[in-house]
Design a protein around this ligand. Structure first.
Ligand SMILES: C[S@@+](CC[C@H](N)C(=O)[O-])C[C@H]1O[C@@H](n2cnc3c(N)ncnc32)[C@H](O)[C@@H]1O
Ligand code: SF4
Length: 396
């Protein structure tokens, strides 16, 4: 039964006014490792003891709930790796466990990341029945040659079939594309983007290809065998992205995320707006406010080591740091300024214990990098391509 259906009217009323609180659940396995990817994802040929993982997820949820009891969960996100390799019964048990330890908001958003190679209608229906109400598909490209070059196991046809299944079964869906790929021209990207928007409905995540250290792509890049667009060409592709998406009603609400107004991914907004979230599973990060202190948590990354840790200690935590005032303030700026809506200046002042430097604000405004209105500061279209420098300047 969907988790939201288990609520009484009274708990719904209480839930609807509670501050945002997210739960992130990490599934660390994939069918193969993509050569560009440095996420905590692993390939296991010998089979995975999923029942053992389920028990460990249950234990870690109980342990997180003991630290921050009484919260109302507004979003749950199954990320990976490839969570669509999880048995629907695993997803069901995890959602039930979350509902047993915390209150679930009546409008809870439950997202599951899916790889087009592991999308079947019956499996998706079972996730839906378990309570998942949004999927995010790793389409990556709408060009077969590009998909092969990215080491993906699916074709454009298979990706679009997966999108069609998602559309039929879930109230909300999104998909990811990677651009600024080797040899990609703005014209070709524009065509791909138009096609994506026609399929997308409400939300798209559009990431510029980054060369991550210690990946096969990093080796090829260093050897000159993989040439990616230089900064001017990447800027043209970025500008094309902004222009086409805005014209088609999906403006960027965050650096790499585009949505029709109201269709933003609420789970990711929890991160960017500086709210609390519990990180469950191998290598998951969390931010929890406990007795007025903001804790930055992280769990053991290696899946089997995480299992052993949870089985012996009750959770997989390897980091549990209390952030200093300046760390909290910097993080709030760094995350919040990624959003088109920007940050609330009063909230910054409460966190930092001091206002932002008015001279720096005036200077950045003068150069057209930021705008200020209604007690907020936001980065402008001119400022976003140099966001890191803008944040560094404000935080200094
Ligand atoms: C954790 S992956 C999950 C999706 C799913 N595993 C899949 O690949 O279909 C999240 C997204 O990050 C993006 N990504 C991963 N590595 C990247 C890189 N080096 N550059 C740009 N985007 C990347 C991809 O678009 C991917 O869909
Ligand atoms: S399927 Fe997704 S998470 Fe797995 S290796 Fe590829 S990009 Fe990374």
């Amino acid at each position: 039964m969907p988790v939201a259906d288990t609520l009484t009217a009274a708990s719904r009323r209480a839930a609807d006014t509670a501050p945002a609180f997210g739960v992130y659940v990490h599934w660390p396995f994939c069918l193969s490792k993509c050569p560009y990817c440095d996420f905590n994802s692993h390939v296991r040929h010998g089979g995975i003891d999923e029942a053992r993982f389920v028990r460990a997820f249950q234990a870690e949820i109980a342990s997180a709930a003991a630290r921050v009891p009484g919260r109302t969960v507004s979003t749950i996100f199954f990320g990976g790796g490839t969570p669509s390799l999880m048995a629907p019964s695993t997803v069901d048990t995890i959602l039930d466990t979350v509902a047993r330890h915390w209150t679930i908001a009546s409008d809870v958003e439950v997202t599951l990341e899916a790889n087009p190679t592991s999308v079947e209608a019956t499996r998706f229906q079972a996730y839906r029945a378990a309570g998942v109400n949004r999927v995010s598909l790793g389409v990556q490209a709408l060009d077969d040659a590009a998909l092969a070059a990215l080491g993906r196991l699916h074709s454009v046809r298979e990706a679009l079939d997966a999108v069609a299944i998602a559309k039929r079964i879930f109230p909300r869906y999104s998909f990811d594309l990677i651009y600024a790929r080797p040899g990609q021209t703005p014209q070709a990207w524009r065509g791909e983007l138009e096609r994506a928007i026609a399929e997308a409905a409400e939300h798209l995540s559009l990431y510029q290809l980054t060369i991550e250290p210690d990946t096969p792509f990093a080796g090829l890049h260093a050897a000159g065998k993989l040439v990616i667009p230089d900064s001017d060409a990447a800027r043209d592709l970025y500008d094309t992205t902004q222009e086409v998406c805005a014209a088609r009603g999906l403006p960027a609400y965050e650096v790499s995320n585009h949505a029709r107004p109201g269709a933003e991914c609420r789970h990711n907004l929890v991160y960017w707006r500086g709210h609390d979230y519990a990180g469950i599973g191998p290598g998951a990060h969390g931010r929890l406010e406990i007795d007025g202190a903001r804790h930055a948590t992280a769990t053991e990354k290696r899946p089997e080591a995480w299992l052993t840790r949870v089985e012996t200690l009750g959770d997989g935590l390897v980091t549990d740091d209390v952030l200093t005032t300046s760390q909290r303030a910097d993080e709030f700026l760094l995350m919040g300024l990624r959003l088109a809506e920007g940050i609330d200046r009063d909230r910054y002042e409460k966190i930092a214990g001091k206002p932002l430097d008015p001279d720096r604000i005036a200077d950045l405004r003068h150069h057209g990098m930021i705008a200020t209105e209604g007690g907020r500061i936001r980065v402008t279209a001119a400022g976003f391509p140099v966001l890191d420098a803008v944040v560094a300047d404000l935080a200094a």
